[in-house]
Design a protein around this ligand. Structure first.
Ligand code: GLN
Length: 476
């Protein structure tokens, strides 16, 4: 079987037609991990035995005619999402031996569908970064060119999908961490609307920004995973119940009715590679040729988005990471008194970028600076949200590049945090405003994948899937 072109939907058909068993399918992916992971470092842990047990159970379900779309499908989970009894490092030395006592809601839901979990994938420490170079366990390599980063922070998940080491994956997106690696690795990634997917059992980073979402080879596959994990969860009070399953999205899209917004601010942004701009615009032109209406729109507060994000995110991170103090979790550095235990442990076991964010966040939240930084950033956040509210009165979706550049070389930006932060310019706005965003491949520049970002209104995931699937199925 050719794993290169296999999708979840095709594997589902093969499984239910009895052409392959889940055990055979999972074994193929385990073999693929065996042969490729040494070079790519996409997986931090592989649960081969348990995966085969789950595959056997899936085969039974299939035989009993109880299979759903994900039954027997090999998936992977970013290592900041809890899988019961597995180590969950969050890419940090401070959680090196932390074993999860329970499943995240998303993992529980995938389990109920009969999906098979192959292992846990690499990430920037606590999901802070855009390259996976901040992982305490070494960088993941981009399968398209191993001298380059796969993006981040869900770089392991994106590389695993791109290198056929799984059929789909979960990532988390706080400022672009699903969409940007999806773009860099040439796969599909969805950041759901804030509140669409339960965050229970995800290692919290920026609690007002974080969402869990799928990465997969096709839009349809990403939609199948999203359908399984979305919806209200009593264990996450920010979730809402307004999603319905919809397996026939493509049939319903009337392309002539689609209004696509093009925000000038994104296409004229500083540092955008002009070939990427061309690629994305040619995808937009293709939609126009099919009958969609294109409209230039304004998102005037875009230029303040990165600054606001890099105040709010570190502030929330500094609060969330206070629990890794050498007392409640993980290793402890010996010291004379409690204060020294805290500082020594955190100094020894947290990486440089994590320490930087904790310090920035603590500073901007401290009395005297709170109003000047944190409160101000929250006002900017409200303005960015208003920009989108107005835009979505005029258009159905907004198209932009996912990132201003293609995947960069390992080491190129790791000593320059500001340059690294600039890579997030097109993705942070969706998190600040809470809207949903999908990245789909739209060609290559310099033989490296380019991502087209499609932004949709709050809880507009089904529309994003329809538009994405339309492009995927009809663009030749
Ligand atoms: N690259 C962004 C950051 O470093 C986004 C991270 C994320 O989405 N988890 O904060």
């Amino acid at each position: 079987m050719d794993l290169k072109n296999l999708t979840i939907s095709q594997a589902h058909e093969l499984l239910t037609a009895g052409k392959i068993s889940a055990v055979e399918l999972v074994s193929k992916y385990l073999a693929q991990i065996d042969s490729k992971n040494k070079e790519l470092n996409a997986f931090l842990s592989v649960r081969a035995e348990k995966a085969l047990v789950e595959a056997k159970e899936a085969d039974k379900k299939i035989k009993d005619n109880k299979a759903s779309y994900l039954t027997g499908i090999p998936l992977t989970i970013k290592d900041n999402i809890l899988v019961k009894d597995e180590i969950c490092t969050a890419g940090s030395k401070i959680l090196e031996n932390y074993k999860a006592a329970y499943n995240a809601t998303v993992v529980e839901r995938l389990g109920r569908e009969g999906a098979v979990i192959l292992g846990k994938t690499n990430l920037d420490e606590f999901a802070m970064g855009s390259s996976t170079e901040n992982s305490a366990y070494g960088p993941t390599k981009n399968p398209h060119d191993v001298s380059r980063v796969p993006g981040g922070s869900s770089g392991g998940s994106a590389a695993a999908v791109a290198a056929e080491m799984c059929l789909g994956a979960l990532g988390t997106d706080t400022g672009g961490s699903i969409r940007q690696p999806a773009g860099f690795c040439g796969v599909v990634g969805l950041k759901p609307t804030y509140g669409a997917v339960s965050r229970f059992g995800a290692v919290a980073l920026g609690s007002s920004l974080d969402q869990i979402g799928p990465l997969a080879k096709t839009v349809k596959d990403a939609a199948l995973i999203f359908d399984a994990i979305c919806g209200h969860d009593p264990l996450d009070s920010t979730t809402v119940p307004n999603h319905t399953r919809n397996q026939n999205r493509i049939d319903e899209l009337n392309i002539g009715d689609l209004k696509i917004g093009l925000p000038q601010e994104y296409f004229e942004a500083e540092g955008i590679n002009k070939d990427i701009k061309e690629k994305v615009l040619s995808a937009v032109k293709w939609f126009e040729a099919q009958g969609a209406k294109i409209k230039e729109i304004k998102l005037p507060h875009t230029e303040y988005a990165l600054a606001a994000y890099y105040i709010i995110q570190p502030a929330e991170c500094s609060a969330n990471l206070a629990r890794y103090d050498g007392v409640r979790y993980g290793p402890r550095s010996e010291a004379e008194n409690l204060m020294d235990v805290y500082t020594k442990t955190r100094g020894q076991y947290l990486g440089a970028e994590t320490q930087r964010r904790v310090m920035v966040g603590t500073y901007t939240l401290s009395s005297g600076y709170y109003d000047a930084y944190y409160a101000q950033a929250q006002k900017v956040r409200a303005l960015i949200r208003n920009d989108f509210e107005k835009a979505f009165e005029e258009v159905d979706v907004i198209m932009t590049p996912t990132s201003p550049t293609v995947a960069f070389k390992i080491g190129d930006k790791s000593n320059n945090p500001l340059e690294m932060y600039a890579a997030d310019i097109f993705t942070v706005t969706a998190n600040l405003s809470g809207i949903c965003g999908l990245s789909i491949p739209c060609g290559q520049v310099d033989n490296l994948p380019v991502g087209l970002q499609i932004l949709g209104p709050w809880f507009g995931e089904n529309l994003l899937f329809k538009v994405g699937e339309y492009y995927e199925n009809y663009k030749t």
